[in-house]
Write a protein that binds this ligand. Sequence first.
Ligand SMILES: [Zn+2]
Length: 163
Amino acid sequence: MDFVTPPSAQNATTKPKSTGNIKKNEFILPLHGEIITKSELERRKEIYSKCGENHLYPFQAGNYVIDTTRKGNSARFANHSCEPNLIAKRWIINNRKKGFRAIGFVALKNIAKNSELTFDYGYDYNPKTSQRCLCGTKTCKGWIGTPPPDVGPADEKKTSSSL
Ligand SMILES: [Zn+2]
């Protein structure tokens, strides 16, 4: 996945939860927001920064970005997890902007009612923005997305020997 939602989203207080039992592969909800170009996103980042807006919610959508920072649905508040129960899928939709991909969330597994809905943000490591993961799952990688390159087998060994 190539999500660009920042790690700060993990601290969002609004956590979407399932309102009923959900079956694996069931379509959950689309992602709604403003469809903008990548250059417009860069312009907005500066504006949001000046306004003190620290939680940005842009999602890569083909050649475009769906910016849910100020307009969007509850999908934007889904937290990252290393054991997610949702996956973000992209679709080509006719009669939309060329190169645009719509995003929707699908259940990766059966989900019980009132479960927090999460997905893997899939970030590439960035020394300026990558954050530690606090998902608390058994297979937590310790980082939201790819760990730093200097986190190698030595760190994994240390972790496993401490068990
Ligand atoms: Zn984790």
